[in-house]
Write a protein that binds this ligand. Structure first.
Ligand code: NAG
Ligand code: NAG
Ligand code: NAG
Ligand code: NAG
Ligand code: NAG
Length: 431
């Protein structure tokens, strides 16, 4: 059985199991305290577990031979595809779409991803890397792909990834990024403090925030607990001690920008998303098929929602917000022109981006409209790509939510761990 069919089986099983878990959980919650349930779920409901033989079908492709990819600036394009990628998943900067691309790339090559055992992220509040799914080939092996949330700390990350892994970050225009985070978290995961801000500014929370960001922020908890205080810089590792003082310190901010410059090979800009993906593909020497996507995780609000109020962009308001979000502004103002400059120097770049956009729209039409009927779709060979097929399974993966995809990737990795360690039919869940 080929990998794709096998993976397909895996995903179908996963969906089934998830439905079952959802229903059973509801029933269980009535009977047993939540803590006990979570702790002993496997023991109480052995039937819920995906069985090892369900995964027997997954053909584990051998990893590509260890090739030491030189640092980005030194690579001569046209070598084999880069398979080791560290992606700093910055909040609300289209990073879930990039994550989906990286996850798909990993699934089809049986790459090992740094994943948390339980959550869909390693940590949003700390830069510690712990509680991870073991590497199938042993504890001192480096992983191939990082694409889940954590607060970036280069020396911690270096414990899990080879120095030759390409480091990529992504940024978004700070006003858009913050407003998007404010709306998204207020709607989906409202903290006490976001609710407080909302209550103070019920009719117009965005403009309320821009004028009074402190109403939506808990100074006691600090920036790792917030998504609306320079979150991009926090994600990329800006020092969180004495944060409010730090963000008025221009030389500290400049040193941080220099650090990002040194720690990352490529800083993408999500406001130029397709350009970013084309640039990434060129640097990683990936195929066009590797970077196709269907846009995900974009916030949807009804037209009359308070989250659609026009933003008051008068100078006073913008200056207030800029002061609040100064680190992110400085960071963006450094890397956005740099990005534009980089793509300007690329040859035939615009041409490739429009070819890409055309392919994306065909893929999207196929996946959202025709996939159930036609099953497979061919993108013909052109100057920009070899011929490739998009299957129903590709569509499914592109449309998979972050949480589901992470669960699926974790199961594949555990199956690979079992296979490598010949533990397929032993009784215990490994630690
Ligand atoms: C760790 O690496 C050493 C050599 O680099 C090797 O001998 C050893 O077997 C490895 N241990 C595991 C658990 O993979
Ligand atoms: C990264 O983590 C280490 C501990 O592992 C810590 O000593 C160091 O200060 C951290 N670096 C930054 C920039 O926060
Ligand atoms: C600003 O940051 C730099 C570098 O971290 C530090 O040496 C300096 O003391 C800071 N200045 C103030 C006024 O806090
Ligand atoms: C900007 O808007 C704020 C809030 O509506 C208002 O108080 C302020 O006077 C305006 N400033 C200018 C320069 O228009
Ligand atoms: C891996 O093996 C353990 C037992 O050693 C088993 O409980 C678990 O279900 C297996 N996982 C997968 C994904 O095959």
């Amino acid at each position: 059985m080929d990998t794709e069919t096998a993976a397909k089986n895996g995903i179908a099983l996963l969906t089934l199991a998830e439905k079952f878990v959802e229903k059973s959980l509801l029933a269980l919650l009535v009977l047993i305290p939540v803590g006990v349930l979570y702790f002993s779920m496997y023991k109480i409901w052995p039937g819920l577990e995906l069985q090892p033989h369900d995964f027997k079908a997954v053909t584990v492709q051998p990893l590509a031979p260890e090739h030491s990819t030189p640092r980005l600036l030194r690579i001569s394009r046209g070598e084999s595809e880069v398979r080791q990628v560290v992606f700093a998943k910055v909040h609300k900067a289209a990073s879930t779409t990039v994550q989906n691309i990286l996850l798909r790339f990993s699934v089809f090559r049986a790459l090992n991803i740094l994943l948390s055992k339980r959550q869909h992220q390693i940590g949003e509040r700390t830069d510690l890397i712990q509680g991870i799914v073991p590497h199938p080939e042993g504890n001192n092996k480096t992983f191939d792909i990082l694409c889940v949330h954590l607060i970036f700390n280069a020396s911690n990350v270096a414990k899990f990834f080879s120095d030759s892994a390409i480091r990529i970050a992504i940024l978004r225009e700070p006003l858009k990024q913050t407003v998007s985070a404010l709306a998204y978290y207020s709607k989906n995961f409202p903290s006490k403090i976001l609710k407080r801000g909302r209550a103070k500014h019920p009719q117009d929370p965005i403009n309320g925030f821009l004028r009074h960001p402190e109403d939506f922020y808990d100074f006691g908890n600090g920036p790792a607990f917030s998504y609306v205080n320079n979150r991009m810089s926090v994600d990329l590792g800006f020092d969180r001690t004495n944060f409010e003082t730090g963000k008025t310190n221009v030389s500290k901010i400049e040193a941080f920008i220099k650090q990002v410059e040194e720690q990352f090979d490529l800083v993408l800009i999500s406001d130029y998303f397709d350009e970013s993906m084309v640039l990434m593909r060129r640097y990683l020497n990936w195929a066009m098929k590797d970077i196709i996507y269907i846009k995900r995780n974009a916030a949807h609000f009804p037209k009359d929602s308070v989250w659609h109020r026009d933003i008051n962009r008068n100078a006073t308001v913008m200056e207030r917000f800029r002061t609040w979000n100064l680190i992110d502004y400085k960071l963006y103002e450094h890397f956005e022109p740099k990005f534009l400059d980089t793509i300007k120097q690329e040859q035939l770049f615009k041409e490739e981006v429009s070819a890409y956009a055309e392919i994306l729209s065909k893929v999207s039409n196929f996946c959202l409209r025709d996939a159930a009927r036609t099953k497979i779709f061919h993108i013909p060979e052109s100057e920009w790509t070899e011929e490739f097929a998009v299957t129903e399974f590709d569509c499914k993966l592109m449309l998979l939510s972050e949480m589901k995809f992470i669960k699926y990737a974790r199961l594949l990795q555990r199956a690979r761990f079992n296979q490598t360690n010949n533990k397929m039919y032993e009784g215990k869940v490994h630690k």
